[in-house]
Write a protein that binds this ligand. Structure first.
Ligand SMILES: *Cc1c(COP(=O)(O)O)cnc(C)c1O
Length: 390
């Protein structure tokens, strides 16, 4: 029996969540990822996965990963600085540096752990962080953990940042970090990186871009934000994850060697968390090769985005920038979002309602995500359901 004070308090909070319609439960998946999944005992059409290129179930990914398990086993058993630095970790880092056109890259066990390790290593008390109001929770938490002063700027508002920087330059010796998602996870829009970098140059700020949704998606070969905008990849620090378009698990940063060397020596989530299993590295290596060898995957994703955009346009709904596979349908209240999500679920279509704290109050939404594997017929099924329900 846990102490009564905890028991009582937690039960009260859970009751509140239940009353507010925010009590969460898990659905159970009993298949691999893909456009059609076995979810809660039935086949459902899934528009909620970030496996944008369908790599999580790609035969070559599976083959290489299985071969690496056979050869190297299932777990690494130590952090990289102790005895867990595998040749495949270094190969993945070289592959990422090549993709991102940076001097180096550094792996972490997840995207979340990347931010938690990186931000507090770059800045600390007395420093200043500018953070976009719609940044991912992992960036928000990392900023808090750094104990630097955090200025949350209105979404994409570089004028606000310029004014704030011009008005009160931080005291001498303190540093400025600007952190932003490259592609915003719940809205699908892009950060104005050229403007942000211009401002950063003017005020000697370092920029950290979260490319979780841009890696494998933006740029000619899925290189990410820097290739998309034509930005010098060594002028900033880019973070990414393997958990989305690359179909695996793990996070990384890529950038100039001085930052890699510093993080390699200082980032706590690198020291105190076990290294990724070699088999995960094998998945990522194959994913990186597929970005080059099978450009048809990214072309297919872009075709699907264009097709689905046309359908949504006919319904009068706002659209993300071309080629971004994230389509938010903002309906307002939680009740509306839940109702719409349930109505789709009743038609065997899975698109969970996104509610606070993930998005602001009264901006509840369905977040539709597409993959290269969706067929036109499957997208038509969703469009027909939306036409009926909206
Ligand atoms: C998913 C996500 C992360 C975290 O990545 P994981 O590898 O899943 O931990 C970070 N930032 C953004 C924008 C994300 O969507």
């Amino acid at each position: 029996m846990i102490p009564f004070s905890f028991q009582n308090d937690f039960q009260n909070r859970l009751d509140h969540l239940e009353k507010a319609g925010r009590y969460r439960t898990f659905r159970v998946l009993d298949s691999g990822s893909g456009p059609i999944v076995d979810l809660d005992g039935r086949p459902r059409l899934l528009f909620a996965s970030n496996d944008y290129l369908g790599l999580a179930g790609h035969p070559r990914m599976i083959r290489d990963t299985a071969a690496a398990v056979e050869k190297f086993g299932t777990g690494m058993g130590a952090s990289r600085l102790v005895a867990g630095n595998h040749r495949l970790h270094e190969e993945v880092e070289r592959g990422l540096a090549e993709l991102k056109k940076t001097a180096g890259a550094l792996l972490f066990s997840s995207g979340y752990l990347t931010h938690i390790g990186v931000v507090p290593t770059l800045v600390g008390p007395g420093d200043l962080i500018f953070s976009d109001s719609l940044n991912h929770a992992s960036l928000v938490d990392a900023c808090r953990l750094s104990r630097a002063e955090v200025v949350v700027y209105p979404h994409g508002d570089t004028d606000f940042m310029a004014t704030r920087l011009g008005r009160k330059p931080p005291p001498g010796g303190s540093r400025i970090l600007i952190v932003t998602d490259g592609v915003f996870s719940m809205d699908g829009d892009l950060a104005p990186l050229p403007e942000i970098l211009a401002l950063a140059g003017q005020y000697e700020a370092l920029v950290l871009v979260d490319d979780a949704h841009a890696t494998g998606v933006l740029g000619p070969y899925g290189e990410g934000s820097t290739a998309h905008w034509g930005i010098d990849p060594e002028s900033l620090l880019t973070m990414g994850t393997f958990s989305k378009a690359l179909g695996a698990l793990g996070g990384f940063v890529a950038g100039p060697e001085i930052l890699m060397a510093y993080l390699r020596n200082q980032a706590r989530t690198l020291f105190y968390s076990t290294a990724l299993p070699p088999a995960v590295c094998a998945s990522v290596l194959r994913a990186l090769h597929l970005l080059r060898e099978e450009p048809g995957l990214l072309a297919g994703l872009r075709r699907n985005c264009a097709y689905f955009s046309n359908g949504l346009r006919a319904l009068g709904l706002p659209l993300p920038p071309a080629g971004i596979p994230i389509f938010p349908i903002i309906v307002g209240t939680e009740a509306k979002a839940l109702h719409l999500s349930r109505a789709l679920w009743d038609r065997d279509i899975c698109i969970p309602a996104i509610r606070p704290p993930t998005v602001p109050l009264n901006q509840c939404r369905l977040r539709i995500s597409l993959s290269a594997g969706h067929t036109e017929e499957q997208m038509d099924t969703l469009l027909a359901a939306l036409r009926e329900l909206l």
